[in-house]
Ligand binder design. Sequence first.
Ligand SMILES: Nc1ncnc2c1ncn2[C@@H]1O[C@H](COP(=O)(O)OP(=O)(O)OP(=O)(O)O)[C@@H](O)[C@H]1O
Ligand SMILES: O=P(O)(O)OC[C@H]1O[C@H](OP(=O)(O)OP(=O)(O)O)[C@H](O)[C@@H]1O
Ligand SMILES: [Mg+2]
Length: 302
Amino acid sequence: MSNKPRDRLRVATQKSGRLTDAGRDLLTRSGLSFRESRDRLFCYGESLPIDLLLVRDDDIPGLIAEGTCDLGFVGRNVLEEQRLERTRRGEAAPFRELRALGFGRCRLSIAVPQDMAWAGPQSLAGLRIATSYPQLLGDWLDRHGIAAQVVMLSGSVEIAPRLGTAEAICDLVSSGATLAANQLREVATVLDSEAVLIGPAQPFADERGDHADLLLRRLDGTLQVRDSKLLMLHVDRTALDAVIRLLPGIDTTPIVTALDGRSDAVALQAVCQGAITWQHLEDMKRAGARSMLVLPVEQMLA
Ligand SMILES: Nc1ncnc2c1ncn2[C@@H]1O[C@H](COP(=O)(O)OP(=O)(O)OP(=O)(O)O)[C@@H](O)[C@H]1O
Ligand SMILES: O=P(O)(O)OC[C@H]1O[C@H](OP(=O)(O)OP(=O)(O)O)[C@H](O)[C@@H]1O
Ligand SMILES: [Mg+2]
């Protein structure tokens, strides 16, 4: 890893692909703005000393390992594949997952032709399995004690069974539409994935440590409010405990305030994590809540 001190933090993000827009949106909502270079490969951070390098996603763990970039947004599938590759060479991984980011959700799964019988992982014994993730697949096969042949393909993996180059595949699945279009059936999950923030295994020894801490705090706040709602309501004092018990996903103490000229009722305010459904509201109404308002939360700083 390069030890040259730097006073700006460099974050590697995918130049063009499934992680690009959501990653950029997360940074924007965390208060970061950038001036794009003409080639759009480097974005200078205007609001904070944090710059972006726009690259192929597969290159991101390596860029962090060699110290060219300090942090990166990458799919856990890519991170874990490269971590296993280094483990196989006897190296300790020089990068680590710092945060799960909640977008780019997918899974690395085994799929077989729809008409193939499936009696568990042993059904793969002796077969050829096409994948772009040979390490993750090899590790899964080892853990299940299955001897199968891994066929490496860098893309269009789903077509391999029809071409006769493999009997099964191991590829990323989200909606399942690609598998269905290729008459394949998902039979086992190798890895649950989403976009993650990665950084070096060793802490930064210069100002980059402070910038990284600041970015992590901002990201945490943004990720926390993404699923949060502010719930405001009125409730009879006698029903207060029952209604508080029904508040969905509260992680701080709700605020209870007096209502002017009313001794029988109070106002209640709480930040709730996760979805607030009509069912939640109806249950609270039955328990004695009234005038319920559900509001989005824009920013939060713990
Ligand atoms: N169908 C999907 N739904 C959700 N997330 C996905 C899906 N497919 C892939 N991903 C996630 O998005 C990441 C990037 O996928 P993408 O297809 O953009 O990569 P790529 O083709 O390797 O791009 P690059 O040109 O940067 O190498 C994947 O590594 C995975 O974590
Ligand atoms: O379950 P689904 O929702 O159909 O998604 C799965 C597909 O998405 C990804 O490919 P992508 O569309 O990114 O194209 P790529 O092969 O060019 O990466 C992945 O490699 C699968 O082929
Ligand atoms: Mg790639």
